[in-house]
Design a protein around this ligand. Structure first.
Ligand code: NAI
Ligand code: MG
Length: 512
């Protein structure tokens, strides 16, 4: 492949360089248009702290225009008349187009988010493409049910599943492309039209995705992409009376704001929010298996994952080998540019995220936790932070309660084998997104699965998922489930139909 001048010591392909140089406008009604208020967002490479592109900042009038385009596409035009089979073919074509564009998408993702190129190529892109194919399968299977009505009288009754309508999708920066695909796949399968807002920190792959969607033939207005800030574009979407549903992934704090804004037209809301997921190590666990799972459990994506196993809760009999093993492995993690093939963990996404995580580390130290690994910035440009481990973390410390969203592991130990007590340690959080348990005892495993208040429970593994496995949270980790059948049904309304096959009985007839 041709190389273009490098933005860092590693060359990028000419196609990526050409894409970066474009003037990045908003995708509304099948056309790229400038933002109404003319605002811009500087896109920063977190590995170098340098600007790599400038994109548009949408505001409320752009949201109005995108909603009008999405409404028109939903109510009339080719999309509204398209069969599930035709929508499925478009989703499959998009999956193939994304796979063909993998190199450019992965380079943009590394420049924008910092994550290792190899990881995007091995995980985000193939998983995202497969997710679209899986969701394409649902487009032909969103059937209702025939229903028997128990009342006297002869009726034929059934349910229909219809698309919920125009949906607003607000996504975060930790898996920019994968989050976009995870959001659009089920909505498109269900027949909805979309206004997608990527995070202001990482808008590039969403813009590229928009271009690919036009190429493969999604009709105008089906997908509208608004780059913009949360407080302006995101808030306008949440409050918009013309949007029928918001799907949001991000902080619990903003999730609450989305819910409040959505109250105006009582739009449907699904939320995938924060987590403080425990990794619970039972006394019979296999130490090597724990280490193999818990290291990526917390440090994958520099800990910037809603399901990160940020609390390691270990039985005291295994504490020594597990803590020693985690420290050795944390210190061995290769941190660097996502373009360096040897890099395992890239930078944090932004200066702001780096400062947030550093503030959590400072709070851990001041509240009396013991720092046993990392804790410092890496001595180079960019937002790199060492993999960090605290031991002696008690449940009341701030680092044990708040989502850190960085490469920081909190270790605590327990004694005894009472499963209610152990599960209570795992459940001692406002969140309930994921949990893993490490044991080879089947009875213990199944009992712990029942006791943990968590949308995902993994046994002897962490971070396991696929297009057909629902994702979502108990408690303050969110509302609803994404992926799987639940994930696509969330983009539908159920319509109940009853047809009288004979004259209604006298109890329904008014005299007259
Ligand atoms: P955030 O919740 O502010 O951002 C997520 C998305 O929401 C972005 O697209 C943003 O533009 C949008 N947004 C922000 N304010 C909004 C508003 N008032 N109305 C509508 N949309 C709005 O997250 P942020 O500030 O980037 O990160 C803060 C913390 O949130 C992180 O440290 C982490 O703890 C958590 N987080 C959780 C994520 C998850 O996957 N569950 C993803 C990103 C952040
Ligand atoms: Mg924010």
């Amino acid at each position: 492949m041709q190389s273009a001048p490098a933005l860092d010591p590693y060359p990028i392909t000419a196609a990526t360089a050409a894409f970066l140089k474009r003037s990045h406008e908003l995708l509304i009604g099948g056309r790229w248009v400038g933002p109404h208020a003319g605002g811009t967002i500087e896109v920063i490479d977190p590995a170098t702290a340098r600007r790599i592109a400038t994109v548009s900042a949408a505001t409320a009038p752009d949201v109005d225009a995108a909603v009008a385009a999405a409404r028109a596409a939903f109510e009339a035009g080719p999309w509204s008349a398209m069969s599930g089979g035709a929508r499925a073919k478009l989703l499959w074509a998009l999956a193939d187009r994304i796979a063909a564009d993998a190199r450019v998408l992965a380079e943009l993702e590394t420049l924008d988010n910092g994550k290792p190129l190899s990881e995007t190529l091995a995980i985000d892109i193939p998983v995202g493409a497969e997710l679209l194919r899986y969701m394409g399968g649902w487009a032909t299977k969103l059937n209702g049910e025939s229903v028997h009505i128990g009342e006297p009288g002869d009726f034929q009754a059934y349910t229909l599943r219809e698309p919920v309508g125009v949906v607003g999708q607000i996504i975060p920066w930790n898996f920019p492309l994968l989050m976009a695909l995870l959001k659009i796949g089920p909505a498109l399968a269900a027949g909805c039209t979309i206004i997608l807002k990527p995070a202001e920190q990482t808008p590039l792959t969403a813009l590229r995705l928009g271009a690919l969607m036009l190429e493969v033939g999604f009709p105008p207005g089906v997908i509208n992409i608004l780059t913009g800030y949360g407080e302006t574009a995101g808030a306008a979407m949440s409050a918009h009376g013309g949007i029928d549903k918001i799907a949001f992934t991000g902080s619990t704090e903003v999730g609450r704001r989305v819910v409040a804004a959505a109250a105006g037209n009582l739009k449907r809301v699904s939320l995938e929010l924060g987590g403080k997921s425990p990794m619970i190590v039972m006394p019979d666990a296999d130490v090597d298996a724990v280490l193999a799972g818990a290291v990526p459990g917390i440090f994958f994506n520099a800990g910037q994952s809603c399901m990160a196993g940020s609390r390691l809760i270990v039985h005291e009999t295994l504490a020594a080998p597990i803590i020693e093993g985690m420290i050795a492995r944390a210190k061995g993690i290769r941190i660097g540019s996502g373009f360096d093939p040897s890099t395992q963990v890239g930078p944090l996404v932004s200066q702001q995220q780096l400062e947030r995580v550093q503030a959590h580390i400072a709070s851990g130290l001041s509240e009396g936790a013991t720092l046993v690994a990392g804790g410092q910035r890496v001595d180079r440009e960019g937002y790199f932070l060492e993999p960090t481990i605290f031991t002696g973390v008690t449940p009341t410390m701030t680092i044990a309660r708040e989502e850190i969203f960085g490469p920081v592991l909190c270790v605590s130990t327990f004694t005894g084998t009472n499963l209610d007590d152990i599960a209570a340690l795992g459940n001692d959080t406002a969140y309930g997104l994921a949990a893993s348990v490490w044991t080879n005892n089947l009875t213990v495993a199944h009992r712990m699965i029942r006791k943990l208040k968590s949308g995902q429970v993994w046994i002897n593994a962490h971070h396991v998922g696929g297009p057909d496995l629902p994702v979502g949270g108990y408690k303050q980790s969110g509302w609803g489930r994404e992926l799987g059948r639940a994930g696509v049904e969330m983009y539908t309304e159920v319509k109940a139909v009853a047809i009288a096959l004979e004259k209604p009985g006298p109890w329904l007839t008014l005299k007259g």
